[in-house]
Design a binder for this molecule. Sequence first.
Ligand SMILES: [Zn+2]
Length: 264
Amino acid sequence: MMGSARRTAGIAAGVVASAMLVASLGPIAQADPVVAEQLRAKKPLRGITIALDPGHQLGNSNPAFASKLAQTRFNGTITKGCNTTGTATNSGFPEATFVYKVTRRVKKRLERQGATVKMTRTTNSYQRWGPCVWKRGQFGAKVRADMLLSVHADGGPASGKGFFVIVPGLVPGWTDDIAAKSQRYGKRLIEGMAKAGATRSTYISGQTLVWNDVTTLNFSDVPAVLVEVGNMRNAEEARLMRTRQGQNDYAAWLVAGVKAAVRR
Ligand SMILES: [Zn+2]
């Protein structure tokens, strides 16, 4: 039989427990599987590290840095340059700026869900260049990321729209360690993004290219996916890319893709 005194004590303990919950979620979550579950639901990416790589840099088009950008390195398949200017909308809105804005939003959103997020560049300035694509590729392992996501926008045929991914093929001595997993992550990223509302590419079949000569991907030692989030030469997508709302949409789609890719 449970006396009223014990019931009251039970309620009081409950009140204390919720107060403590607010004060310190950590220890209680460890002790209480229900709370731990609620925490996981709120921070589903806790323990996950994502390396985000906003493609290019605004200053890559600055002639002052021409010699820096002319550096080359062999990537396992061919020798390529340090970096490029990237594409732009017909009205001149640069890819470097667009992907930087989107990637910063992606970072915030992922962090809110518990992930640790590191970026290959933290500026978007005409006075800065690079980093070179091989550094971007190496960055994932450097920060012990679970995944490297390189974010770009395409300069495709004006009639085409939608997103697609580029994943590394098997390059012996280079991508043996990551090719299969990168391709799996790419597949999941596509499904996650599409489910969240992103438009699938109308000009890349299966929204996937498996390429052996992308320096960023070949230099990576963690699963790596390059995503072309849309086509800057398509008028409809260019309009979306320039607006705050559009940039938020692209960020939300990428976050959904990342979550699908790294799910355990
Ligand atoms: Zn690009």
